[in-house]
Design a protein around this ligand. Structure first.
Ligand code: MGD
Ligand code: MGD
Ligand code: MO
Length: 768
């Protein structure tokens, strides 16, 4: 009998201490140095050793037998093959597509979070391999805060820098009176940070704010979008109407002379245009608090009172990323910046605006002291790209045109898709449309741990070793610690490290050296550690050698900027620290954007009604569907783990519904319900609660998509909101995903609900 050992493991949600016995991970608990470790760790053993693991390379039967359209992707059976066979098929197909369509025929945008780890990063590995092969068609942006990334450079500066420069929470505790949160600041989302988080600091930092007397206002359809650490006033708002609410607030400031003209004159451009819009000088519609009340469901006196309260003290305005993941999602951010400029506190400690507090564990809490080493991706000779959320659009309209950042562009023709480290059948909107789009390429290759819906839509599925089945190290993109990730157990069945898969392919394609530089995984890990070590030395830290590090505990470094205040230098000297915008100032009106002449994004922040409220003239569905990030997992990852499963209702994802909405539909807590609209339908488990605003339902993302192709609209049995969301982007400025803007109806499911099959492998057949 093997003895039990305790070893470190690390992930996007924190450091775990794993109990390992032989080839099994028995349990993973939080590291003792983490004051608020995430329970997502509890999913790891069940998922790592779950039935859904891809055990051998597998090929879709119709594709293998040369009749690729005989059975649609997503519905076909698979044939397990040897690694040699699978790699030969991949190499041959890559060569064929390159020869016939060029490298731009290979789409490897491959968006997704994959796993933490500096070396075994799925996208980096795939992109390095394809760059060695002459390049690939890429995607630009993300699903998280794409509208912010596309808009902010026009009006303030690069968004990623703003996140890193966010004012720190201890500064807010000391200086702020009020934090106004559009979309709340859900503690559940601060479990996670891209690349890893060593300590969950948010609960204690928020408690320090509460102790210091800082007040919070939660403007959100969900009461629980705010931590219990603080006492917040809840102002429920109709989803998608935050811009109108902010406009109403701005109008009150203007009407009552509470705006800071000195700040606006010195630090911003375009306030005149904003005033004309607020007062209705051009369109005859004054946009006052009464106007806003009619759109938002927030009473006019409450709007006026909030505006006065914001002007009365030091106020931080926060916008959750979810608020820009909506129709015209650029507008609430631009309006938040406008509002903050009117208050004149940008650059002061505890005042101004932030887009993104609460979006991850580290924003406003910690930053990395220097850049960690990473596997170099090489250079992509193909310059063609698509905005990330246009995947279905591209596949269904090769040669079609679209507008993006003021340019007219044409969709390329992607013949081969390769996905590694992401789950588009989790992350993309309107999954019935994506299912159609995924029928169009010649070949789809997916590297996966599990038989996700994306793997089931592939022609060739390559089984890969999981994060506990390979050696690596972790350093979060915005964290201050380095964590060893020793291999805990051998890879499941025939699963392989992705690096070894690409090395074997590179050898077949005659590009072995270009990809490997003659190194194996262990050589690369040492190289990347040495790069990290030498950068550490430049920053004044002495890191141990690789062996010592790998056998030791985490290494915590100092916080490089604990007193940071966003835009304080700009405030101190707006000439010397001019912003990287055309005017060098905050652009409340952008000549550049106005010059694009877009119908869905003007030269200043403006109100546009959400599109799904009136579908095809048939009348809107009555309930707004919100589908935020799940507390019990990371997106779709580890959905088949114990913690995630414990929270399901009747085996399905919980949907929160207000008692009045439930009563009107005869729905009781614990019932299986069906959510539907023109695009699709799914089953879910009803949780009746007044935590959610009346008129809204909240269905967490990440339940593995489980379509029943024999049911109407290929009904999903498990509760995946993306069968209901629309695939329209925020606007033609940034073409960002707008998942939070969908309308649905809900009914009780009568009869025996079909069993959920999402966590089972697909059917296999021997080779014909
Ligand atoms: N309706 C709705 N949809 C949304 C959102 C929403 O708010 N509402 N939010 C959006 C947001 S913000 C995001 S970021 C996306 C997230 O979308 P994704 O990042 O695509 O979601 P994940 O579930 O993290 O998918 C990662 C996949 O990588 C696999 N994986 C893990 N490690 C490895 C590895 O080492 N190698 C390989 N090859 N695979 C690996 C996992 O098994 C998993 O299937 O979803 C978006 N979708
Ligand atoms: N546990 C866990 N944490 C995560 C993730 C995860 O999968 N699991 N994913 C991580 C990722 S990739 C990201 S990008 C972040 C996402 O972080 P966010 O984008 O902030 O998270 P969401 O949950 O999409 O949205 C936050 C809240 O916005 C509210 N909301 C939605 N629409 C509107 C609206 O129109 N108006 C207002 N006022 N409120 C609205 C919803 O009530 C929702 O709870 O979370 C990260 N953290
Ligand atoms: Mo995200």
């Amino acid at each position: 009998m093997n003895k039990r050992e305790e070893k470190l493991t690390a992930s996007h949600w924190g450091i775990g201490v794993a109990t390992v016995q032989g080839d099994r991970v028995l349990a993973v608990k939080g590291h003792p140095s983490d004051p608020h470790a995430s329970e997502i760790n509890d999913n790891i053993p069940g998922s790592l050793h779950g039935r859904a693991r891809v055990r051998r390379p597998a090929v879709r039967k119709s594709w293998l037998t040369g009749t690729p359209n005989a059975v649609p992707r997503g519905r076909d059976v698979f044939v397990e093959v040897s690694w040699d066979r699978a790699l030969d098929l991949v190499a041959k197909e890559l060569s064929r597509v390159r020869e016939t369509h060029g490298n731009q025929g290979i789409f490897a945008g491959s968006y997704g979070w994959s796993s933490a780890g500096r070396f075994h990063h799925a996208q980096t590995q795939l992109k390095r391999f394809l760059n060695s092969f002459g390049g690939f068609l890429r995607s630009e942006g993300n699903y998280s805060y794409n509208a912010a990334m596309g808009l902010m450079p026009h009006i303030v500066g690069p968004f990623r820098l703003q996140v890193a420069q966010a004012t720190r929470w201890p500064v807010i505790a000391k200086h702020a009176d009020l934090v106004v949160m559009f979309g709340g600041m859900a503690l559940r989302n601060t479990q996670v940070s891209d690349g890893g988080v060593s300590k969950h600091r948010m609960p204690d930092n928020l408690r320090a704010c509460a102790d210091a007397g800082v007040k919070f206002v939660n403007i959100s359809p969900l009461r629980s979008d705010v931590a219990t650490e603080v006492e917040a006033d809840w102002l429920p708002v109709t989803p998608g109407t935050d811009t109108a609410l902010m406009i109403g607030l701005a109008h009150t400031l203007l009407e009552e002379g509470l705006h800071d003209t000195a700040f606006l004159d010195r630090y911003a451009v375009g306030f005149d245009q904003v005033c004309r819009y607020l007062t209705g000088e051009d369109d005859g519609h004054p946009k006052d608090a009464d106007w806003a009340a009619a759109l938002t469901g927030v009473a006019a006196p409450d709007i006026r009172a909030l505006a006065r309260r914001m002007a009365a003290g030091r106020t931080m305005i926060n916008v959750a990323a979810g608020v820009q993941r909506t129709d015209f999602g650029e507008q609430p951010m631009w309006m938040a910046v406008t509002l903050a400029a009117m208050l004149g506190q940008i650059g002061l400690p505890g005042g101004g605006f932030t887009v993104g507090y609460g979006v991850n564990a580290n924003i406003g809490n910690i930053e990395r002291p220097f850049r960690w080493g990473a596997m170099p991706q090489g250079v992509n000779p193909v310059t063609e790209f698509i905005p990330v959320a246009m995947i279905s659009e591209m596949l269904l309209n090769p040669g079609g045109t679209y507008s993006y950042q003021g340019h007219n562009r044409t969709f390329p023709d992607a013949r081969l898709i390769w996905w590694a480290g992401g789950n588009p059948f989790h992350h993309h909107q309107d999954l019935n449309r994506l299912h159609k789009a995924f029928q169009t390429p010649d070949t789809i290759i997916v590297n996966e741990l599990n038989w996700t819906a994306t793997a089931r839509h592939a022609d060739i599925v390559l089984p890969i070793a999981g994060p506990q089945e390979r050696t690596d190290f972790c350093g979060g993109k915005s964290d201050n610690a380095l964590i060893p990730m020793p291999k805990l157990v051998p890879p499941c069945a025939e699963a392989r490290e992705e690096y070894d898969i690409y090395s074997a392919l590179a050898a077949r394609l005659g590009i072995a050296y270009a990809f490997t530089e003659g190194k194996n995984s262990d050589d690369w890990l040492r190289d990347i550690w040495e790069v990290t070590r030498s950068r550490a030395q430049d920053a004044g830290y002495d890191l141990p050698d690789w062996e010592t590090f790998l056998q030791g505990d985490l290494i915590s470094l100092a916080d490089p900027s604990p007193d940071q205040v966003f835009l304080d230098e700009y405030r101190a000297d707006p000439k010397a620290h001019a912003l990287p915008t055309p005017s060098g100032r905050i652009e409340l009106y952008s000549e550049t954007i106005a010059g694009f002449g877009l119908p869905d994004c003007l030269g200043h922040a403006a109100w546009f009604p959400p599109r799904d409220r009136n579908v095809d003239g048939q009348g809107a569905y009555p309930l707004a569907l919100l589908s935020g990030q799940p507390k019990t997992r990371l997106h779709s990852q580890l959905d088949n783990g114990a913690y995630s499963l414990r929270h399901k209702i009747a085996d399905r994802e919980p949907v929160l519904i207000h008692p009045d909405d439930a009563k009107a539909r005869g729905v009781h807590d614990g019932d299986v319900v069906e959510l539907f609209n023109t695009r699709g339908r799914c089953l879910a488990g009803a949780r009746v609660t007044d935590e959610v605003q009346k008129g809204c339902v909240f269905l967490w993302t990440g339940a593995w998509y489980d379509p029943d192709f024999d049911a109407p609209q290929a009904r999903d049995r498990h509760g995946n909101p993306n069968v209901l969301t629309h695939d329209l982007r925020t606007s033609s400025l940034t073409q960002s995903p707008a998942a939070h803007s969908a309308m649905v109806e809900v009914q009780r499911f009568e009869g025996t609900p079909p069993a959920v099959q999402a966590h089972e492998p697909p059917p296999f057949e021997p080779e014909p």
